[in-house]
Design a protein around this ligand. Structure first.
Ligand code: DC
Length: 227
């Protein structure tokens, strides 16, 4: 039987870095669901779709096919057969993803794809609604978070490295707004599943968080085998 891990949490808590490392240690498939939402958003942007118009959106979604494949252990995302993995990381795509992922029709398109992956493989899936909606029976659910100040500082350092300039206050304000939007939206709001283990990474290194996740996996596995 497969072992599935759900990792949810707000942007900037270190989810993808940590999930990638833990999946590698465990030889699990890492599924970055945010990348799938981003691929749909890119498709909608390319078509210039008015996402407020239901009929127009439905027609556009009918012509968007999202797929994922693993090349050298890395997840690649495809939009109608084209590898768009690097094109989905722009600000414009992030903005469209944040708006389009709140629409039920968009979420419905990815639900089966995500559940199907988990049925076939041992997965470590990261997103916002994995433990609450997509894999309610996951063997381990983690809610990974960090204080707003920590997440802002991390993003600030990241942007500084990339040569972008933005004030720490601005970033902090942006994060607070995004948190509010993500956790108050009607469809699949970001919230911790009741049976999720909460990990606050504010004062932890990446290695410490990965270690803690591995420890929880081994513990759950042993419990399952002894049942
Ligand atoms: O994790 P990320 O930054 O790549 O996510 C991009 C956007 O997609 C973000 O606005 C939240 C949204 N998202 C979602 O609604 N549900 C998921 N399972 C994953 C991401």
């Amino acid at each position: 039987m497969n072992f599935n891990i759900a990792i949810d949490g707000p942007a900037g808590a270190g989810k993808s870095t940590i999930a990638k490392r833990a999946a590698k240690e465990l030889s699990f498939i890492y599924v970055d669901t945010g990348a799938m939402y981003r691929a749909i958003a890119l498709g909608l942007l390319r078509k210039g779709t008015d996402i407020e118009d239901e009929d127009v959106l439905k027609a556009a979604l009918d012509n968007i096919e999202v797929g994922i494949r693993y090349v050298d252990g890395e997840q690649r995302v495809y939009l109608n057969g084209e590898d768009v993995s690097s094109q989905i990381r722009t600000e414009m795509v992030s903005d469209m993803t944040s708006r389009s992922s709140a629409i039920p029709m968009v979420r419905a398109k990815l639900t089966d794809l995500q559940r199907d992956l988990a049925r076939r493989e041992d997965v470590l899936m990261d997103g916002r609604d994995i433990g609450t909606m997509i894999l309610p029976d996951a063997d381990l659910k983690i809610f990974l978070t960090a204080s707003v100040e920590t997440r802002a500082r991390r993003r600030f350092l990241e942007q500084e490295q990339n040569g972008d300039s933005c004030s720490l206050e601005e970033i902090e304000k942006d994060i607070r707004e995004r948190d509010f939007r993500d956790s108050h939206r009607q469809t699949a709001p970001l919230r911790q599943a009741e049976d999720a283990v909460r990990i606050d990474s504010s004062d932890m290194t990446i290695e410490e968080v990965v270690e803690e996740i591995l420890r929880l996996v081994y513990e759950r596995r042993a419990r399952r085998e002894n049942r």
